[in-house]
Design a protein around this ligand. Structure first.
Ligand code: SAM
Ligand code: DTB
Ligand code: SF4
Length: 369
């Protein structure tokens, strides 16, 4: 096949991907798929910058949902101690530390099916406090009503994370206490309230390649597409039903990142949970495939993440930098058709001259002299 003629070279947002097309992307030779993803990545983002978010569990464990992957579900004995919601002051103090360490966004997660109205006051104070520090704010609290999304918008919330986790078919194998339709309904409420959506899923729960493709089709069909797309590699936690699920082929994980990048060209694709279990080289390939966001800090919600030092060392070895200003992210605020490469518009190349080495003719491949 002539890869160049078959390749998507513009970054038009499409909401109508067919399963056949997505499976064809997955079936491309690895190098062809990664090249295609990298070309699209460069049309939309500075390939050497990465968005970093810090994560804090504001209410841990004891959750009534039965998500088979989750250490916080009360249905499984993982040895995790459930705790009450944190104080607002403690959350704001943690956010201050995260900001000092370089995070641009602070994500707060709660092990809830959905927040009770009586919890909303505290959550709103947390959003306001974190926002005042100059950080972007993100929450993940489970299902939200329209009213709750509106309250959070007024409080100044930027992003809401709500993952669809897998295909609709496979979701039923993983969670029985709520439906896929309910997940999509919350995403619609979030988006209608004018909040940015963060939605993705988990790879490595025993799902098929077709399930992964269908999950990406559902995400890409959202309008607007989620501004942030976390791709988690399952963290196998002892005591959960998925604690001993079979290892996946890591190349298939990287392929999923690349396919997500191609299908959602203007979204930040986050290499999310599971980095602690990945080699530096694996992470580098994920960045090459188009991942441009990570969770930064020793802990995810209940499991560990690489230390900030390790991450800073890795980014330095790769010549990558943390995206500092939220204005850098304006690139994907207005989803539209982009025909110019990001590199051509970028004036932030450390005063070095940029040369088109013309490797694919797409105006997208640049090197520094
Ligand atoms: N309770 C809320 C909910 O389910 O939406 C928010 C917190 S929940 C822990 C957020 C997300 O974390 C889940 O949707 C899932 O995608 C991810 N997650 C949970 N446990 C995980 C694990 N063991 N490995 C990878 N991702 C996980
Ligand atoms: C997401 O997609 N991954 C994060 C965040 N959104 C909330 C959570 C990962 C959790 C991993 C397991 C844990 O630490 O409990
Ligand atoms: Fe509860 Fe969220 Fe964990 Fe499911 S993923 S058990 S809803 S905390």
């Amino acid at each position: 096949m002539d890869i160049m003629s078959d390749m998507a070279t513009t970054s038009t947002i499409r909401h109508d991907w067919l399963l056949r097309e997505v499976l064809n992307l997955y079936a491309l030779p690895f190098n062809d798929l990664l090249h295609q993803a990298q070309v699209i990545h460069r049309q939309n983002f500075n390939p050497n910058k990465i968005q970093v978010s810090s994560l804090l569990s504001i209410k841990t464990g004891g959750c009534s949902e039965d998500c088979k992957y989750c250490p916080q579900s009360a249905h499984y004995d993982t040895g995790l101690k459930a705790s009450k919601m944190m104080d607002v002051a403690a959350v704001v103090a943690a956010a201050k530390k995260a900001k000092e360490a370089g995070a641009g966004r602070f994500c707060m997660g709660a092990a809830w099916t959905s927040p009770k109205d009586r919890d909303m006051g505290n959550v709103i104070e947390m959003v306001k406090g974190v926002k005042e520090l100059g950080l972007e704010t993100c929450l993940t609290l489970g299902m939200l009503t329209k009213e709750q999304t509106q309250q959070l918008k007024v409080a100044g919330l930027d992003y809401y994370n709500h993952n669809i986790d897998s295909s609709e078919e496979y979701y039923k194998e993983i969670i029985t206490t709520r439906s896929y339709a309910e997940r999509l309904e919350t995403l619609e409420n979030v988006s209608n309230a004018g909040l940015k959506t963060c939605s993705g899923g988990i790879i490595g729960m025993g799902e098929s390649l077709e399930d992964r493709a269908k999950m990406l089709i559902t995400l890409a069909s959202l309008s607007p597409q989620p501004q942030s797309v976390p791709i988690n590699m399952l963290v196998k936690v002892e005591g959960t039903p998925l604690g001993h699920v079979e290892e996946i082929d890591l190349f298939d994980f990287i392929r999923t990142i690349a396919v997500a990048r191609i299908m959602m060209p203007q979204s930040y694709v986050r290499l999310s949970a599971g980095r602690e279990q990945m080699s530096d080289e694996m992470q580098a390939l994920c960045f090459h495939a188009g991942a441009n966001s990570i969770f930064y800090g020793e802990k995810l919600l209940t499991t560990s993440n690489p230390s900030m030092n390790e991450d800073l060392k890795l980014l330095e070895r790769l010549g990558m930098e943390i995206e500092k200003e939220t204005s850098d992210m304006a690139a994907n605020d207005d989803q539209s058709t982009k025909t110019t490469s990001f590199a051509m518009e970028e004036d932030d190349w450390d005063d070095e001259e940029v040369t088109n080495i013309g490797c694919c003719g797409g105006g997208c491949c640049f090197s520094h002299d």
